[in-house]
Design a protein around this ligand. Structure first.
Ligand SMILES: Cc1ncc(C[n+]2csc(CCOP(=O)(O)OP(=O)(O)O)c2C)c(N)n1
Ligand SMILES: [Mg+2]
Length: 332
């Protein structure tokens, strides 16, 4: 079985592998939803369907020793960054073989070998963490960058403004990436936020900013590369707003019946899987037979991960106290 780092490296300059990983994320989310509905997984979950190109766009331009602090909607980030389907599924199922030992669940993905800092359920929680990681890189004179990855609604929270301000004044190597998927929980952006184009908020902090089509992996890569180059040169942070769409409801129980009529259908035409399929077909890298074959392979990969995770052991009671520290010593 390949390591997270190998799975990450396998994406390098391999466009077909980006598409395959997107298919894997899509199928993973489809099956995760089914497993929750069937009561086979406890807790809740937040699907990232529609955000696959953004996930891959980030994973393919960052180096494995760069870091990302993402949110509870990050199964796709975890898979794109290299964590195995089995490890992510086992975590969601609360099994000890999961990437957080089965203690964290759906909202807590992590793997330091590929720079995935623990994802956070607290809105805005990852932004000061990414900013702090960038400060550490700067102090250590390293050329690495940190990504803060968060939703549109999170730009209304204090941590966003505090992190942006500090990053700008200290020229930290951090890129703030808004996944603007139009909704925050059950509320459309126009009901919670007075502007639709969120990147202009960077003006308040004299920070470079831009907007990108988050459904197009190539566009994400290009935009991110510019921001990353700026950060590595020592020229400070950038705010990137990626326009995506949340194809699912907010969390597992939500059917998103509050969507305006036709909105989902409108965005479905820009489905990132479809957009990538069209681009790769045009380049002669895909045809209908190959698409069908790769889709079948994604189904098999995810199914194998589920079968394995189902038979894995649960964490023990003692594991509850592993990795817990008091001020001076490790408890468990
Ligand atoms: C500090 C805090 N406040 C409120 C919540 C409840 N909450 C969970 S998700 C969410 C909406 C976030 O929307 P957005 O930032 O757009 O991210 P998305 O879910 O669309 O990815 C809210 C308010 C929370 N988890 N943390
Ligand atoms: Mg949102």
């Amino acid at each position: 079985m390949s390591t997270s780092l190998e799975r990450r490296t396998a994406l390098k300059d391999n466009e077909l592998a980006w598409y395959e990983r997107m298919l894997e994320i899509r199928e993973f989310e489809r099956r995760t939803n089914e497993l929750f509905a069937a009561g086979e997984i406890r807790g809740t979950t937040h699907l990232c369907v529609g955000e696959e190109a953004l996930n891959l766009g980030l994973a393919t331009v960052l180096n494995p020793d760069d870091v990302i602090a993402a949110t509870y909607r990050s199964h796709g980030i975890a898979l794109a960054f290299g964590i195995s389907t089995h490890s992510v599924m086992a975590e969601i199922m609360g099994k000890s073989t999961g990437c957080a030992g089965g203690i964290g669940g759906s909202m807590h993905m992590c793997d330091s070998s590929v720079g995935v800092l623990p994802t956070s359920a607290i809105i805005g929680g990852g932004m000061p963490v990414a900013t702090g990681a960038a400060l550490a890189f700067q102090i250590q004179k390293k050329k690495n960058v940190a990504i803060a990855y968060f939703g549109d609604a999170a730009t209304n929270i204090g941590a966003f403004h505090e992190s942006m301000n500090l990053a700008a004044i200290w020229k930290l190597p951090v890129i703030f990436v808004i996944n603007n998927n139009v909704y925050g929980e059950y509320t459309r952006i126009d009901l919670s936020t007075p502007i639709e184009d969120l990147h202009i908020r960077a003006e308040s902090y004299a920070m470079p900013h831009t907007q990108v089509d988050g459904m197009d992996v190539y566009a994400v890569q290009k935009t991110m590369q510019e921001a990353i180059d700026r950060a590595r040169r020592g020229d400070g942070p950038t705010l990137v707003e990626a326009k995506t769409y949340r194809f699912s409801g907010h969390s597992r129980a939500d059917q998103a019946l509050y969507r305006p009529e036709g909105e989902l259908e409108h965005w479905s035409k820009r489905d990132p899987i479809l957009v990538t399929e069209q681009a790769l077909t045009k380049k002669g890298l895909l045809d209908d037979a190959k698409i069908a074959q790769l889709k079948e392979a994604a189904v098999a990969t995810v199914e194998a991960a589920i079968v394995q995770a189902k038979s894995d052991p649960e964490p023990t009671l003692k594991d509850m106290f592993s990795n817990i520290y008091t001020s001076a010593k490790k408890v468990g």
